[in-house]
Structure formats: C-alpha cells, structure tokens
Design a protein around this ligand. Structure first.
Ligand SMILES: NC(=O)c1ccc[n+]([C@@H]2O[C@H](COP(=O)([O-])OP(=O)(O)OC[C@H]3O[C@@H](n4cnc5c(N)ncnc54)[C@H](O)[C@@H]3O)[C@@H](O)[C@H]2O)c1
Ligand SMILES: [Zn+2]
Length: 389
C-alpha cells in the first residue's frame, strides 16, 4: 500500500523549560543577527515580562527596537500600521514575545519587509508571502500554538470577520517555551487560551485532514490539557501543570500544521470579527455544541472514543464507543463550565436579530469547514449559534 501523503511542519529549533530564554544570545550569534525588531505588547511590558527578553538582547550585544503599539487581536490595518513603522530600518532578525496577537503580527512582519505587497494583498492572495527575516517566537499564553503554525489571523473590520492568512513562509524558525512567562498568567486568560489549545487538539484529531503525524501531537496534547488545565488555572503554585500546558499548546500548534481545525474555529471567527469576543472565549462557547452536532456521525464518535482512551486515567470503566464519546464531551463540558468562561453571547451584545448574519458569516469560513467530518449546513450553524444566545 502506498504511503499516504501528509506533511508536518516544525521550527528549526525549540527550547523549553525554566530559563529557556537564556538561549537567545546563542540563537542570535548563530544567525549573525546585529539589528533586531522585537515585538511585544504594552501589557506584557508593564508586567515586566518583556524584561526577560530585553536582558538577553543586551547580553547578546545586538541593537534592537521594540514594537508594542498595537491592540490585542488586531485588524489588518492595525498590523499594517506597525509594519509601516518597522519597514526600511534594516533589521536582520525578529523576536516576538507575547500571545497569539503579538506572534501573528510579528510573523506577518517577517514576510512584509519590502514594499511589494501589504497585509491587504496577503489577505487576497496569501501565496505572495515571501520570507524576508528569520523569527524567534516566545509565547506568553498557553495558548494559540501560533509560535509554530504558518498562520496569522487578522480582523477584517469592513467584513466584520477574522481571516487567517496561511503560508509556510510565516513558520517561525526558533521557538522558546520559557516557563517563567506563564507562571502568573491571570486565570481568565489561562482558561480561555487553554481551552483554545484544547480545541486545536480535539479539532485536529477529528478533522478530515487528520493523519498519523497530526494524531500523535493532537492526542498527546489533548491528554496533557485534559489532565492539567484545571490545576494550571486554579492553583497559582501549580508550576508543573502550567509548564505542561505550555508544551501541550505547542503540540496543538504542530497538529494544526499537519491537520487543521474544524467547525469550532470556523464558526468562532465572526464572533471575534464583529463582537470582538476573545478567540479562546468564542471557541470555548462553541466547543460543546459543535462536538454534540458532530457526534451524530459514527466516525466522529470513534475518534472521540480513542481520545477518551488516551486522556482518561481515572477509575470509570466504559466499554462502548458511544459511552466513551459521550463521557468525553461531558468531561470537556465540565471543564469549560468549571473555568467560568462566559457562555452566553448576550453578554457581548449579540441580539436575536444577529443570528442570520452569524450563520452567513460562519458559513463563509470554508477553509476550515471543509475539515469538519459532518458537512455543516445553514441549519446546523443556526442551531449551534442558537445554543449560545
Ligand atoms: N496563528 C495561529 O495559529 C493562531 C491560532 C489561534 C489563535 N490565533 C490568534 O491569536 C490571537 C489570540 O492570542 P492569545 O489568545 O494568545 O491572546 P492575546 O495575544 O490576544 O493576549 C490576550 C491578552 O492577554 C495578555 N497576556 C498575554 N500573556 C500574558 C501573560 N503571560 N500574563 C498576563 N497577561 C498576558 C495580553 O497582554 C493581552 O491583553 C487571536 O487573534 C487569534 O485569532 C492565532
Ligand atoms: Zn485557536
């Protein structure tokens, strides 16, 4: 039998653990970098988290400028504004330290050094992206996995949606997972970003694009997340659980490179684009309704049963696929509820009359909907949104 074709993409090097940031001077020396553009956000700077990076840049003796003036989950115009400041300054390396918003902005910067095209042109034709600068990504949430995906997500205000620009040239070259950065992650952010990582793993594992490579990372990541997320969020001293979440979020990102997310992420994009609901929050809201809809498909239930077998280490003895898939959905539901992530769209100003717009906008996300095992029709999307409003 011929080997099926599938690809896994990985950064050149990944460093993890406490003090992993100390590898920065060595990385910069290896690449010959002399002038670095450092991306972060104002919140992280005021918390002193960027100081860890700055200290290493100083040790490395490189020149650097800091770019932190852009909002969380930026629009493509906001990203372009930062890139306009950064262009033409002769940088030879990029360091990004932050959550998905910072890393995605910096990844776009790494392919937008010349005047040939801008972010808008990449939205129209992502294939145009050419790598100009090497990049080191250092996530501070656990998280998007953006440190190791070829994706950058931007808001498109005129269409009131978020759109993913995907091109392998935006893969990060170096990743540092430094445990110190997520040690004091506020519970609300840890919960939403942790459930985002959970979604990456379970969606990639149940995607039409799933394969042996993505399954390995998705299952392992899922197992770690299911058994660590509550502790990592609830117990400020649970460093091991937090470190585990950082690694698992990275695994989720790797799984995305070989597989792809499905209807949870697809239907979530209009909620971020129009109502500015944080990415992890909108995914958490839709996760259970989408899982329940997909579980009508026996193939999907089989995948959930396998995920249950991998992740559940307790005393319950379940034997059938149906029992296991139902138990897994209930377990994910308990976790999302326990983490107190908002669960009602009304809290974000979504009105009953917005439903049809949401359905139309959600169905536009065919890049991801084609990955969903069950074909998502208008009625399906409507039922999903109705459950959270
Ligand atoms: N490229 C990808 O593959 C990918 C995947 C999933 C999501 N995304 C995108 O990533 C963005 C969301 O990223 P995110 O969920 O990491 O959040 P974020 O980067 O938007 O950050 C959210 C908030 O958390 C704060 N924060 C981050 N780390 C912190 C820390 N350690 N301590 C205290 N505060 C901290 C930030 O300052 C910010 O205010 C969205 O735009 C989403 O669409 C990208
Ligand atoms: Zn996500």
């Amino acid at each position: 039998m011929a080997l099926e074709k599938y690809n896994l993409k990985l950064p050149k090097a990944v460093y993890s653990g406490t003090d992993a940031m100390e590898n920065i001077p060595e990385i910069l020396k290896g690449t010959g970098a002399k002038k670095v553009a450092a991306f972060t956000d104002k919140g992280l700077r005021s918390l002193g988290l960027f100081d860890f990076v700055e200290e290493e840049l100083k040790k490395a003796g490189v020149q650097y400028d800091i770019y932190d003036d852009f909002p969380a989950e930026p629009s493509y115009q906001a990203v372009q504004a930062v890139i306009d400041q950064f262009k033409g300054k002769g940088y030879d390396f990029i360091v990004a330290c932050g959550g998905g918003s910072v890393m995605d902005t910096a990844k776009l910067a790494s392919v937008l050094v010349t005047d040939e095209y801008g972010v808008k042109e990449l939205l129209d034709d992502p294939k145009r992206a050419k790598k100009c600068l090497q990049i080191l990504t250092i996530p501070t949430t656990a998280g998007t996995g953006a440190e190791c995906t070829p994706n950058a997500i931007v808001g498109v205000p005129e269409k009131e949606v978020k759109i993913g620009i995907v091109n392998d040239n935006m893969m990060s070259d170096f990743v540092i997972l430094d445990a110190r950065l997520i040690k004091n992650l506020p519970r609300k952010i840890a919960a939403a970003t942790g459930v985002d990582a959970m979604c990456h793993c379970i969606e990639c594992f149940t995607s039409n694009k799933c394969n042996a490579f993505s399954d390995t990372f998705a299952l392992q990541g899922f197992d770690i997340i299911m058994n660590n997320i509550v502790k990592a969020c609830d117990d400020p001293t649970a460093l091991e659980a937090k470190n585990n979440m950082q690694i698992a979020a990275f695994y989720g990102g790797v799984a995305i490179t070989a597989s792809g997310t499905t209807a949870v992420h697809a239907l979530s994009y209009p909620l971020g684009g129009k109502y500015h609901i944080a990415h992890g929050v909108s995914n958490a809201m839709l996760l259970i309704p989408v899982m329940k809809m997909n579980a009508e498909d026996p193939k999907f239930r089989e995948r959930l049963a396998t995920a249950w077998d991998q992740a559940y280490h307790g005393d319950k003895r379940l034997s059938t696929v149906d029992e296991k898939s139902e138990a897994l959905i209930n377990w994910m539901d308990e976790i999302v509820k326990h983490l107190e992530i908002p669960s009602d769209l009304k809290e974000f100003g979504v009105q009953a009359e917005d439903l049809e717009w949401l359905v139309e906008a959600g169905l536009q996300q065919q890049r991801l909907l084609v990955n969903n095992m069950k074909h998502v029709e208008k009625d399906d999307a409507r039922k999903i949104y109705q459950q959270v409003m």
